[in-house]
Write a protein of this length. Sequence first.
Length: 191
Amino acid sequence: MEVLEFMECYSLHGGSERNESYPGVKKWVAMKRGRIERRKILTFVEWMLFITIIVGVAAGITIPLYTGHVEKAKVTEATSIMGAVITSQKVYFTRKAQYYTADNSVDPKAFEPYGINITDTKVFTYKTAPTPDDGFTVTATAKDAYGAGGGSITYVYDPVRGGRWTSDGDPMPHDMYEPGPPSHSPRILII
């Protein structure tokens, strides 16, 4: 189209390159002489490649952060449910002078008679039982189906020494108590 317009203009004005009064002719002549380069516009494919790279970089940064938060939330859920079981054990002992036994891996509604509804928990199973020294234990064991590795968190209550938390293995792929690389040695946190 430009060439035809130029040719019409060129022939109408005497065929001289010096007669550049027709609109667009100056630009076309300058472009032909190499003074003006054509403006390059990105094609659709180039735009899509650019957007894909941006999205990929953003996903590469945010997905590991999100995964870490999900794992921490799972462990936090386990410890908060364990806290509810500890409280219910102490209340039950105050009323009955003994501790109860419950295991939701055998019966999903095992904790309901004691005021705790954990039928919808998916990552951990919970178990509590009295100990021979008039205390009790509460254990949350990670299910292998959720990639947790089968580790567990245990709270042991002794009426003389108080309570203490232990963990055998990693209930989640990250370290619960200490920053840094995960260690598979047991960690103890005395409360």
